[in-house]
Design a protein around this ligand. Structure first.
Ligand SMILES: [Zn+2]
Length: 70
């Protein structure tokens, strides 16, 4: 069984909708924590300017997995 196809909340481990672009569920407690963490996301610092996006940006959805990796 792989967790790659599952989209689980990082806080309560609840299974979420696979298309949900966040790594936390809609429970108020989780949402609050997750929202704070992803208020601004730095996608990567290259030799010059870091790429900073809002958490709703598609780029963040695609690249967020490393941000909260444990
Ligand atoms: Zn949760």
């Amino acid at each position: 069984m792989s967790s790659d196809t599952e989209n689980r909340c990082v806080y309560c481990n609840e299974l979420m909708h696979p298309d949900r672009p966040y790594n936390y569920c809609t429970e108020p407690a989780c949402y609050k924590q997750g929202f704070k963490q992803t208020e601004y996301v730095i996608l990567g610092v290259h030799k010059s300017t870091p790429i900073i996006c809002a958490p709703t940006d598609d780029l963040v959805s695609a690249n967020r997995s490393y941000m909260n990796a444990k």
